[in-house]
Write a protein that binds this ligand. Sequence first.
Ligand code: ZN
Length: 201
Amino acid sequence: MIPVTDHSALIVVDLQNDFCPGGSLPVPQGNDVVPVIQALIGAFSAGGQPIALTRDHHPADHISFQSRGGPWPPHCVVGTHGFDYHPDLVVPSRAAHFIKGFTRDRDAYSGFEGIRIGPGGEMIGETLADYLHHHGVETVYLTGLATDYCVRATALDALREGFTTWVVVDAIRGVDVKSGDSQRALLELAEKGAGLIESAR
Ligand SMILES: [Zn+2]
């Protein structure tokens, strides 16, 4: 199991119904990461370390949708089933939630572009970087969907923010619009200083 040290945090990217099989923008085998991530959530909870979850949070006429000339079918529209976390994911109450892509005319792949919301969906406004720094985090472990888009973008920003960044390779899945996109993303992240690690649960 990944060492849960005092200055580490778990980041779960976009583990939402629309990105899982049956959703509007499914990542192949996206749901396979749920038990892997659940085990990591358990370990980080037991270790008392921060857990941050990000979500795509789009209005119905979001700029990234094909109806507006964007690359994607409608997905993760607020108030729909597709926006919700995968139903098998049990999220501890102490986890912090961040939303991104909530502005009609601007898309956001990185969790670091998101802002924190409270349990009732109210805006708290704290950024992911603020939250991690506030908790003394030095090392982040990245999991979730999709490797070649939002995991990649979040990992690049984590590196830019100066965090020691690990990508948990059995806790991510990619879209691979072009064959090999996910593998290329991992190579790019490794070249820029991210570590690749197995959860070995
Ligand atoms: Zn999106």
